[in-house]
Design a protein around this ligand. Structure first.
Ligand code: 3ON
Ligand code: FE
Length: 495
């Protein structure tokens, strides 16, 4: 009877937790090969390189890390040319990675609860950070950079993926200074004759929080840098830009450093969500030239909630409109719990909301765009900071409830149409990346590239969907010779 109950219980779900767990194993080997196991065909016009970053190690020589966000960064690279694709992966040789691999044990505490062996006494008063370079990878100004939000970027050789060292942008960044993992690429900067530019930020936490904004030109030079301070502790992972503004969601959280100091919890586990306090939306002008007589930093308020990722923002009349994935609260990482045992049903899903920020009367209005559990929103690169029609997002297979990502959702915000391609029951999704078809005019004319972990083979696939139509399934599915642990972010470069 028990066995029967088990079956009916799991058959309601689009996944089994055991399958999902398979994507959270270390990949210790580094590969370099042409992908030869391909379903259907790689579009011959698809030319360029997809770089992905994410935790490659979930253990250090058998000592398991407490949370995937603490895992050492590993870059995967998939290069497309003439209908063929090449794969390679390399760990970022950060100082901490090299030391720990040599020692064969955990030497650093992680932000999300990884501790050195030996209990709290062995961890107390150790405030060193290991820059794990695991969150994003960008190619900008002829530099390939692995990013982690609490410290400086690591530069890699784009051809060999060899780690070249830490990047300080000609000394504009100082030793240990953060450069977030969520830069935004402005396709046409109004203040630089319409040339593209990269906008990024850093957060310096404390009793008050300092936001620093960086803008880089196409040669990779930091051409603007300015800092602003706001009261209170902040944990801010992502932001959005418009031609004139940077927008941050200052989620209501407090930080209690004592369990961290005493070696009992990671710093990230000492952040407590405050459901009865509002979210403050911080709007920082990208330029503060006196003659423009712009208002300074504006702070608007909205409901409590937690946002990791924004899809996009744009200006419309007196408003800034921003689409973001909101959670009802920040799930607390319990020090005793194992992330592999996550009870998805016990957590609230991330959902896509649209916020209207009225700069005239400082009011905020919001409406739900999509109730399906989703995460990792993306769009056409030319639409960043401009009004967009389409979004592509990682999504759950089922239309309600919380579950791991198994599908990709295309949203048409004009017609309201949704298209879903699902890899369920045994496939697990990750961040999609939209690549415009060369010479295309329409916003959805391109491909959506993503890694999918296939539990049935315990390997990962590179899936290519047609951005115009998800309904006929992938254009091509490239089978890798191994799995890739669930990753975080990445980017495509046509080079
Ligand atoms: O806020 C302070 C400043 C700061 C930058 C204190 C602090 C120590 C917490 C801190 C450091 C923050 C860090 C290192 C954050 C790293 C975040 C990270 C590696 C990943 C975040 C991922 C977010 C999401 C939503 C991932 C979703 C994943 C899935 C759906 C699974 O596939
Ligand atoms: Fe992120």
């Amino acid at each position: 009877f028990e066995a029967q109950e088990q079956i009916s219980y799991t058959s309601k779900k689009s996944y089994s937790r055991n399958d999902w767990q398979g994507g959270y194993k270390s990949l210790k080997q580094e590969f370099d090969y042409w992908i030869d196991d391909i379903e259907e065909q790689i579009p011959p016009e698809l030319k360029g390189t997809l770089f992905r970053n994410g935790p490659g190690l979930l253990d250090i020589n058998g000592q398991t890390i407490h949370h995937p966000f603490d895992g050492d960064g590993m870059i995967s690279r998939i290069t497309f040319s003439n209908g063929r694709a090449h794969f390679s992966n390399r760990f970022v040789r950060t100082a901490g990675y090299l030391e720990e691999q040599k020692a064969g044990k955990i030497l650093y505490r992680g932000v999300f609860g990884t501790q050195k062996p030996g209990g709290w006494l062995a961890n107390a008063f150790d405030f060193k950070l290991k820059n794990i370079a695991n969150t994003n990878v960008i190619y900008w100004g002829n530099k390939l950079l692995a990013l982690w939000e609490a410290a400086e970027p690591h530069r890699l050789d784009p051809h060999t993926l060899e780690t070249l060292g830490k990047e300080y942008f000609n000394g504009v960044l100082s030793e240990g200074e953060a450069f977030s993992a969520h830069p935004r690429f402005d396709p046409s900067c109004e203040f630089d004759d319409g040339k593209p530019c990269l906008v990024n930020f850093s957060i310096k936490p404390g009793l008050s929080t300092t936001f620093t904004i960086f803008e880089l030109d196409t040669t990779g030079r930091i051409i603007r840098k300015h800092a602003h301070s706001v009261p209170g502790f902040a944990f801010i992972h992502d932001f959005a830009i418009t031609p004139n503004y940077c927008i941050f969601f200052h989620n209501p959280v407090t930080f209690n450093p004592i369990p961290f100091a005493l070696g009992m919890r990671g710093a990230g586990e000492c952040i407590k969500f405050q459901p009865n306090q509002p979210t403050r939306i911080i709007i920082i002008p990208r330029r503060t030239l006196a003659q423009e007589r712009r208002k300074g930093v504006q702070i608007l308020e909205t409901q409590s909630g937690f946002v990791f990722h924004h899809a996009n923002a744009f200006e419309q009349g007196n408003e800034i409109i921003i689409d973001s994935i909101c959670y009802e609260s920040l799930p607390e990482v319990e020090p005793e719990s194992d992330f592999r045992q996550t009870d998805f049903d016990a957590l609230k899903p991330g959902q896509l909301w649209r916020f209207h920020l009225n700069l005239q009367d400082q009011s905020v209005r919001r409406n739900l765009l999509e109730s399906r559990c989703c995460e990792f929103p993306t769009l056409h690169p030319e639409k960043v900071g401009r009004s967009h029609r389409y979004l592509y997002i990682g999504a759950a297979h089922a239309s309600n409830g919380n579950a791991p990502l198994q599908a990709f959702l295309k949203m048409d915000l004009e017609s309201g149409e949704r298209q879903l391609w699902s890899a369920a029951p045994r496939g697990f999704a990750s961040e999609p990346v939209f690549v415009p078809r060369p010479g295309s005019q329409k916003e959805d004319d391109g491909w959506v590239l993503a890694l999918v972990y296939d539990a049935s083979r315990d390997h990962s696939d590179v899936v290519i969907l047609d951005g115009r139509n998800f309904n006929q399934g992938p254009v091509a599915r490239l089978h890798l010779k191994h799995h890739i642990p669930y990753g975080l972010h990445g980017n495509f470069t046509p080079e």
